[in-house]
Design a binder for this molecule. Structure first.
Ligand code: ATP
Length: 469
């Protein structure tokens, strides 16, 4: 079989975002949103393998952060929420606005802090006036070469209307984060489950932000998915809890195949933190386009629950069962973007290496995440006796492993290439020997090792094989 022997060690390829975008499109992971109508900026659609990888990633997260911990509960709140939620959280005000600058001719808008960065200016700590002054001082023009207007704030929330009457009461927002859906359910969960502190509420769901300049593939989009936890604690000892979350996030990243050497932990300085945060760490990943935020971890104090108490009138407190003391719990928030995590996992997995003098592209995904775990092939598709055996093996494995593919397209070398590109850990081939000795060949995606295994022993052999990755 084509790549039975290889001696060249794997080399890490210096990846471009275009390489990744083209592989993921070609192989059915990620497509431009509304593609046949010319696309819609800031939206992406996940194809068959993309949705499988994304679901596996979300499941891995849920298992790690919810199921494997003692004190975690899940919720799934509505995307449309009462507009007062966003007044209380501060999202309708300046707190959730990005600074933009407009091209005076084309009317195109640019995020002014990103624009300054691209022009070699560090915008941290600058006011809107200072940013405008800088643009004037350096005589900066828009990317189209036109004059730019004054820098101003632009709110990122998408507005829509609920119901048939168009008045101010019908205005609703698509949620810009999943976190508030958790805070507004704090009382419901307390009343129904009576959890003791510390405990966490977790949610995975869509969020929407009218980003001024969506860019860098699925890194900055207008519709995306978040996985957020609000971990409620007593204020004393928050530092220890925070450190515990730092360690848990690091462990999770390793579990999904992210090398911690590719992570930069930015301890955000006080002047750049949100005003309610006493400590924030941005876990930044070395993406192909630069080192950028992947995950945020913030100690948000009692800011959110206090504001919702004031604005809703509901009592969002916790009563200590020993002392009887009532107080508003504080909160630590680990916040993950599913799409960014997927981009990081794909970037980490993307490898180009040489096999017997040929280059091969392979996604070295953890088997837990791979869209297809096993591909089963007859060596030749036009030999009924091989096809019959291969179908039999395929059916029994599919029952046990689910994500199993029957692949008889093209020759065996092409099948391996295709399975490598979608990250399938093991390929199983039925050949003429199988008919005699009842043994199939299992080929390992990463080592390219091929081992003969009796069909009867397949289930016992596959699990240790998958564990080798
Ligand atoms: P950035 O500074 O990059 O805009 P942020 O600090 O506004 O991000 P948070 O509000 O902390 O982001 O959101 C939590 C997480 O949600 C981020 O770490 C990221 O993974 C994800 N996220 C935020 N905005 C987007 C977006 N526009 N597209 C994709 N993912 C996003």
């Amino acid at each position: 079989m084509a790549d039975k022997k290889t001696t060249k060690p794997a080399e890490k390829h210096s990846l471009s975002l275009d390489d990744l975008a083209s592989l993921t499109k070609r192989r059915g992971f990620i497509y431009q949103g509304s593609d046949i109508y010319g696309g819609l900026a800031g939206t992406w659609d996940y194809g068959p393998y993309g949705v499988a990888l994304k679901n596996n990633l979300k499941q891995a997260w849920w298992k790690f952060f919810v199921e494997q911990r003692d004190n975690m509960y899940g919720i799934d709140a509505a995307i449309l929420m009462n507009a007062r939620v966003w007044e209380a959280s501060g999202h309708t005000g300046a707190g959730f606005a990005d600074p933009l600058v407009e091209d005076k001719v084309t009317r195109k808008r640019y995020r002014v802090d990103h624009f300054l960065e691209d022009n070699g200016v560090d915008p941290s700590g600058m006011t809107l006036e200072q940013m405008t002054a800088k643009i004037k001082e350096l005589k900066l023009k828009s990317p189209e070469g036109n004059e730019l207007g004054e820098a101003r704030q632009f709110n990122l929330m998408f507005e829509t209307r609920a119901g048939v009457v168009e008045d101010s009461a019908s205005k609703v927002y698509l949620r810009p984060e999943t976190a508030q859906g958790i805070f507004v359910n704090f009382k419901n969960v307390m009343d129904s489950l009576h959890p003791r502190l510390p405990f966490g509420l977790a949610q995975i769901g869509k969020a929407f932000r009218n980003e001024i300049t969506p860019k860098d593939f699925v890194f900055r989009t207008r519709e995306f998915e978040q996985m957020e936890i609000e971990y409620f604690i007593k204020p004393d000892g928050w530092e220890r809890e925070f450190d515990g979350w730092v360690a848990a996030i690091r462990n999770f990243m390793q579990q999904v195949g992210i090398d911690l050497n590719d992570i930069h932990e930015l301890d955000v300085p006080a002047e750049e933190r949100a005003h309610y945060s006493k400590r924030t760490i941005d876990f930044e990943y070395k993406f192909p386009f630069g080192t950028k935020e992947l995950i945020g971890l913030a100690y948000r104090t009692d800011f959110d629950l206090s504001n919702h108490t004031k604005n809703s009138g509901a009592e969002l407190t916790y009563q200590d069962p020993h002392s009887g003391e009532k107080f508003i719990p504080h909160v630590i928030e680990p916040s993950f973007g599913v799409d960014r995590l997927m981009l990081a996992v794909l970037s980490a997995a993307y490898t180009i290496e040489e096999v017997n003098g040929d280059k091969r592209t392979v996604l070295k995904l953890k088997p837990e995440l791979a869209p297809i775990k096993l591909a089963v092939s007859p060596l030749l598709r036009n030999k009924p006796e091989l096809v019959e055996k291969a179908q039999e093996v395929y059916r029994s494995l599919k029952q046990k492993y689910g994500a199993v593919m029957y692949d008889d397209n093209g020759n065996i070398g092409k099948r391996y290439r295709r399975q490598d590109e979608i990250g399938t850990p093991l390929c199983i081939v039925i050949d003429f020997d199988t008919l005699k000795d009842k043994a199939v060949t299992i080929r390992n995606r990463d080592t390219l090792e091929q081992v003969g295994v009796k069909i009867d022993e397949l289930p016992e052999q596959i699990d240790p094989e998958l564990a080798k990755f």
